[in-house]
Design a protein around this ligand. Structure first.
Ligand SMILES: C[C@@](CO)(OP(=O)(O)O)[C@H](O)COP(=O)(O)OP(=O)(O)OC[C@H]1O[C@@H](n2ccc(N)nc2=O)[C@H](O)[C@@H]1O
Ligand SMILES: Nc1ncnc2c1ncn2[C@@H]1O[C@H](COP(=O)(O)OP(=O)(O)O)[C@@H](O)[C@H]1O
Length: 296
């Protein structure tokens, strides 16, 4: 019997780039928010480790973050068994939605349960951070301020459920390349994350959304001017806030309800875009009673 986890996508409600560490990584401050949209990961105990991917095309072998997370967990704990893993990939790839990090986090939590390892979240977060800076956030999800390389997490009072309209252009952006392009362009940036987090702390989420801003937008909008136009169209379609997520290129609009987001989605139909309607959620990594056949 396989166990199933939902690995949720994230958006960045704001993202400051504050500096650069000696190892080349960047110091950031970002408020991350989990979405209902998620991949499904099915795990079953086995002697060796195998991964099958359905849905969005991602590498199936050692390059997959699921396999990297599984190998690292086995190595760190000395566990000798394996697992048969099926990844049902729904989150667009290289989109700024953190799908690979979510899958890695779900793998760590799922295998910890399946293999009966008893590792705590802090241990899994430290392992995860070795693989990707966003993985510690994905272990718990919800609404959180992430600092350092993005691996230091402070949970914030949850954003209420809002409708989310995602617009994903027909190309991806590599995260590493986006940070390199940022260094070359070095746009002027006024940090917003601390103010946004303080507003969340006061329970003033509407005020918090007034601080939406992303340091990567200047870089991405210069390379892809149509992204700036799409952001403007999201605002004209009634979004409470519109922004690019992470290193891009996905743009999102936040709407008062899923119904309002669905209505706004009609404006963007028939174009060379992936249009996805989803919602913000306070739920973190979700354990589901589901078989691979249910996942669609
Ligand atoms: C930009 C953000 C915002 O949430 O997300 P995405 O847009 O990728 O979803 C994150 O910082 C992405 O974190 P993550 O996707 O885990 O990045 P990693 O795998 O750790 O790093 C990929 C590459 O990005 C660069 N990198 C990443 C994080 C960071 N704080 N500084 C960096 O310079 C490094 O060159 C690294 O080799
Ligand atoms: N399980 C996975 N899901 C998505 N991408 C993966 C996965 N494993 C490895 N990758 C690779 O990681 C890169 C970034 O993926 P992703 O996490 O979707 O980006 P982003 O953080 O920008 O949303 C892609 O080039 C992809 O090939």
């Amino acid at each position: 019997m396989a166990i199933c986890y939902v690995a949720r996508a994230k958006i960045n409600l704001c993202l400051d780039i504050l500096g650069r560490y000696a190892n080349g990584y960047h110091e950031i401050a970002t408020v991350m928010q989990s979405l209902a949209l998620g991949d499904r990961i099915f795990l079953e105990a086995a002697a060796g480790l195998t991964l099958t991917v359905e849905g969005e095309p991602v590498p199936e072998g050692e390059a997959n973050l699921v396999v990297r997370a599984a190998r690292r967990l086995a190595e760190a704990t000395g566990y000798r068994g394996g697992a048969v893993i099926t990844l049902v990939k729904r989150i667009p790839v290289a989109a700024g939605l953190g799908g690979g990090s979510a899958d890695a986090a779900a793998t760590l939590v799922g295998l910890n349960e399946l293999w009966g390892l008893g590792c705590d979240t802090a241990f899994l977060a430290a392992l995860g951070a070795e693989i990707g800076a966003d993985i510690p956030f994905c272990l718990t999800g919800g609404t959180a301020l992430a600092t350092g390389r993005g691996e230091r997490i402070r949970h914030l009072p949850a954003l209420p459920e809002l409708g989310v309209l995602l617009l994903k252009p027909p190309y991806g952006i590599s995260t590493g390349e986006a940070y390199r392009d940022y260094d070359l362009l070095a746009p002027k940036w006024e940090p917003v994350a601390a103010a946004m987090a303080a507003a969340f702390d006061r329970g003033a989420w509407r005020e918090a959304l007034g601080y939406c801003g992303n340091a990567f937008e200047a870089v991405a909008f210069r390379k892809h001017p149509e992204l700036a136009r799409l952001k403007q169209e999201l605002k004209e379609a009634g979004a409470l806030a519109a922004l690019m997520s992470g290193s891009g290129p996905t743009l999102y609009g936040l709407f008062p309800s899923v119904e309002a987001a669905s209505r706004a989605a009609q404006v963007f139909s028939g174009r060379d875009l992936r249009v996805i309607v989803t919602a913000t959620t306070a739920a973190g990594l979700g354990r589901r009673e589901e078989s691979p056949l249910d996942a669609g």
